[in-house]
Design a binder for this molecule. Structure first.
Ligand code: NAP
Length: 307
């Protein structure tokens, strides 16, 4: 059966997980003209989408029953398993031809398992984790890393376009999640570099903003430096991207690396540093809070530093 291309005003969208990322992303689909049914563990966090006209459903299963394309953007792989494969999960409400898109950063092997389970009811699955942070989600400038059935991916084109600036098809089930693990591996050591660079600038008595202006426009310029570097200077350690989610991602990337026989010392170091940060009570802070742990190692009280 050919998969029908989604169309605003016709295709009914389901969305599960309306947190930092999901609420903005689903909001863009509604703004593009899609009718949406939403569900989240904490109903309050769906309020802005309900205000935009979305319908509420109590379970992922109920979302699937009233939708044609169902998106999930939850927290951990265990949540993905629960909302898609669980007794009240999405697949329990799916029929032939349904599209199921998991945008959570999750395990490649779970994406494969979901694809196999969905095939039994004739549904198509796509794993589509994203990069671009809370700002990218708000501004519809995400990069989406996509794995799964190519025809389903093409049929979802108008949805990708409503949320993203970069849309990359990487291969079959799990390929999107593998690509996201590469993204997270690159992120780990860059994040350490941003923090250490700012600590060096501070100890050398330089003006942090002037230093940032010089380095960010050269070869080491990056989204991390320009966005999270500025948040560090401004003592803003709010999420953004939760430390506990980053630890989850590094754990997945390390497991996959081990399975492939890869040594990843940079990734392993970052994982250890972030575990320490979480133990210090920063699990629900943004990943730029690594700076506080690295500052403490040099006995710098960053938040109360003198200008
Ligand atoms: P978040 O704010 O915690 O949002 C996750 C949402 O999913 C929460 O509202 C949560 O409900 C809901 N949820 C979790 N388990 C559920 C379940 N079993 N049933 C129903 N709802 C459930 O996290 P986020 O920052 O949006 O991140 C979501 C995913 O995107 C994570 O995998 C993260 O690693 C990834 N990601 C995040 C960023 C970023 O910058 N934030 C960037 C790229 C990728 P509650 O409201 O009850 O907690």
């Amino acid at each position: 059966m050919a998969i029908q291309k989604v169309a605003p005003g016709e295709t009914r969208i389901g969305w599960i997980g309306t947190g930092v990322m999901g609420s903005s992303m689903c909001g863009h689909l509604i703004d593009a003209g899609f009718h949406a049914t939403v569900c989240n563990r904490t109903k309050d966090k769906a309020a802005c989408l309900l205000d935009k006209g979305a319908q509420w459903a109590d379970t992922p299963n109920a979302v699937a029953e009233t939708s044609d394309a169902i998106f999930t953007m939850v927290s951990f792989p265990a949540d993905v398993r629960h909302v898609i494969l669980g007794p009240d999960g999405v697949l329990a409400g799916c029929r032939e031809g349904h599209l199921v898109v998991d945008m959570t950063t999750s395990e490649p092997s779970l994406a494969v398992e979901i694809a196999e389970a969905a095939a039994k009811v004739g549904a198509y699955t796509v794993d589509a984790p994203v990069s671009g942070g809370d700002v990218g989600a708000r501004e519809a400038r995400l990069s989406i890393m996509i794995g799964g059935d190519k025809e389903a991916v093409d049929a979802l084109g108008p949805c990708w376009e409503a949320m993203a600036k970069t849309i990359g098809y990487q291969g079959g089930p799990g390929a999107g999640q593998h690509t996201k693990m590469i993204n997270q591996t690159l992120l780990t050591t860059t994040m350490i570099g941003v923090c250490e660079g700012l600590l060096y600038a501070y100890k050398a008595g330089l003006d942090l903003e002037t230093v940032m202006k010089s380095v960010a426009s050269g070869a080491v310029g990056s989204w991390l430096l320009s966005n999270l570097g500025v948040r560090i200077i401004n003592n803003n350690f709010d999420p953004g991207f939760f430390v506990e989610h980053f630890i989850k991602d590094m754990g997945i990337a390390l497991d996959e690396s081990k399975r492939m026989g890869l040594s990843m010392p940079g990734l392993a170091l970052a994982h250890q540093l972030y575990l320490s940060l979480q133990a210090l009570g920063h699990g629900r802070d943004g990943i730029q809070a690594l700076h506080l742990a690295l500052a403490a190692m040099s006995n710098i009280d960053w938040k109360n530093r003198k200008p």
